[in-house]
Design a protein around this ligand. Structure first.
Ligand SMILES: Cc1cc2nc3c(=O)[nH]c(=O)nc-3n(C[C@H](O)[C@H](O)[C@H](O)COP(=O)(O)O)c2cc1C
Length: 130
């Protein structure tokens, strides 16, 4: 059964090349496991949406949860869904604009239109944290 999984974690001060390396891992692995989703990073915390079959999500979460580049992983949502919100994104890095007050409007245009209102609300609230 298809599921969506949303978590936050902490990774203070990751550099651009470290983020690029994480996205490169996603590109290596997520297609084979049919994992889709996106992640946001605010300079201190990640929020990541993962979508896929339960076994594939378990496989990737085992790796992600033991990755020393972040800590304090906390699961916000883990629920069965009928369809993916972002079937074409292996793992998109959605970049936050610098000005916190502009982030909400910028994200409205960047998040997939198929994202549930519930997940959208959580992600918008994450994005305005400083
Ligand atoms: C915030 C965060 C998100 C990650 N997301 C994924 C992911 O979606 N898929 C993935 O394969 N690895 C992801 N990783 C990396 C894994 O923890 C792990 O390093 C990687 O799967 C190892 O595979 P590789 O040897 O092919 O790089 C993530 C790491 C972090 C810190």
């Amino acid at each position: 059964m298809l599921r969506q999984y949303l978590y936050v974690s902490t990774a203070p001060g990751l550099q651009r090349d470290e983020l690029d390396a994480i996205i490169a891992s996603c590109e290596r692995n997520n297609a084979a496991r049919r994992i889709t989703g996106f992640l946001l990073y605010n300079g201190r915390n990640f929020i990541q949406l993962l979508e896929g079959e339960e076994a594939d999500l378990l496989w990737v979460m085992r790796r992600i949860s033991t990755d020393p580049r972040h800590s304090g992983l906390s699961v916000l949502e883990d629920m069965p869904v009928g369809a993916r919100a972002c079937p074409d994104w292996l793992m998109r890095h959605i970049r936050l604009v610098d000005k916190v007050e502009d982030r909400r409007a910028a994200l409205e245009g960047q998040l997939p239109s198929t994202l549930s209102a519930q997940l959208k609300r959580i992600i918008l609230n994450f994005a305005v944290l400083n």
